[in-house]
Design a protein around this ligand. Structure first.
Ligand SMILES: Nc1ncnc2c1ncn2[C@@H]1O[C@H](COP(=O)(O)OP(=O)(O)OP(=O)(O)O)[C@@H](O)[C@H]1O
Length: 274
């Protein structure tokens, strides 16, 4: 479904992404983890076509893509249908759902707009499809009629996911999209994504720090550091036998069952410290 070969991004002299190669099959799920600033988001943005690659190849179903690709850019200018097809291929959900939602647009209208952009439907079927998408992510009529600012963070994130799913994308990229949600909502969204992957064949690309989520939802994971892939393999293998120090640190930092948070120091004891 997706093949990334020797992908590179330079910002001036700085190399943010360096020789990144991986593939993602249909119905596959891959997590990219890595230290802050290691190039995860930049990689995702290039795949989504939001950033131009400095080098390398991005192939979707064997076809080269990306705004940096000249022939594609010409074709894009010619046919708006092409843009629709691109949206159908890849959608991205960000950590801050405000970046995928218009603050002045009610949630139901935002989802309807996304459906209409990708599918020509009579009004009644459009309404039914919007209701189906909102229902899928667990938003009710009151929330559908609300502006993004009147929703909770979790509800806003679910609205952004419903909007992305409206395009029936072949690849859904989630950039820390569930990181800020509380655990029960997070579990609900991960279940929802697993269900969508099984039902529609949509491939998932997660960018996350959360190994718990990685374990639940991804088949494979890759670890980035300073723009490079330092570890890549099936999640179970990488987690059971991490080769890279960053992966080991990340695994060591996940609380284990029986873990007790360290108590805050008694202020009187703190006062006695030198
Ligand atoms: N537009 C830009 N101009 C210059 N440098 C940039 C730009 N975008 C990103 N960078 C740099 O590229 C590097 C990789 O950034 P990126 O956002 O991909 O990291 P990340 O792994 O997603 O980090 P985080 O987990 O903190 O989001 C960083 O050092 C960042 O400062």
């Amino acid at each position: 479904m997706l093949e990334v070969r020797n992908l590179r991004k330079e910002f001036g002299d700085f190399v943010a992404v360096d020789d990144v190669t991986f593939s993602l099959p249909q119905r596959g799920s891959l997590a990219i983890v890595g230290e802050s600033g290691s190039g995860k988001t930049t990689t995702a943005r290039m795949i989504a076509g939001l950033e131009t690659a400095s080098g390398g190849h991005i192939l979707v179903e064997g076809e080269e893509r990306g705004p940096g690709h000249k022939r594609q850019r010409q074709r894009q200018r010619l046919r708006s249908g092409e843009r629709r097809a691109r949206g159908r291929q890849i959608q991205m959900v960000f950590q801050d759902p405000y970046s995928s939602l218009d603050r002045r647009q009610r949630v139901g209208a935002a989802v309807a707009e996304a459906v209409a952009l990708h599918q020509r439907l009579p009004a009644d079927r459009l309404r039914a499809r919007v209701a189906e998408l909102l229902d899928m992510v667990g938003l009710d009529d009151r929330q559908a009629a609300a502006l993004p600012k009147a929703l909770s963070g979790g509800q806003r994130q679910r609205a952004a996911i419903a909007r992305a799913l409206a395009a029936e994308p072949q690849i859904l990229i989630l950039d820390e999209a569930v990181a800020a949600l509380d655990v029960s909502i997070q579990a609900q969204i991960l279940r929802l994504l697993a269900d969508i992957r099984a039902r529609t064949g949509t491939a998932l690309l997660f960018i996350t720090h959360d190994l718990g989520a990685v374990r639940h939802i991804s088949d494979d994971m890759l670890v980035m550091q300073a723009g490079k892939i330092v570890e890549h393999g099936p999640v179970a293998t990488v987690l059971a036998d991490p080769q890279h120090p960053y992966t080991r640190r990340l695994i060591a930092s996940v609380p284990k069952p029986g873990w007790i948070p360290r108590r805050r120091m008694d202020p009187a004891a703190a006062a006695r410290l030198p």
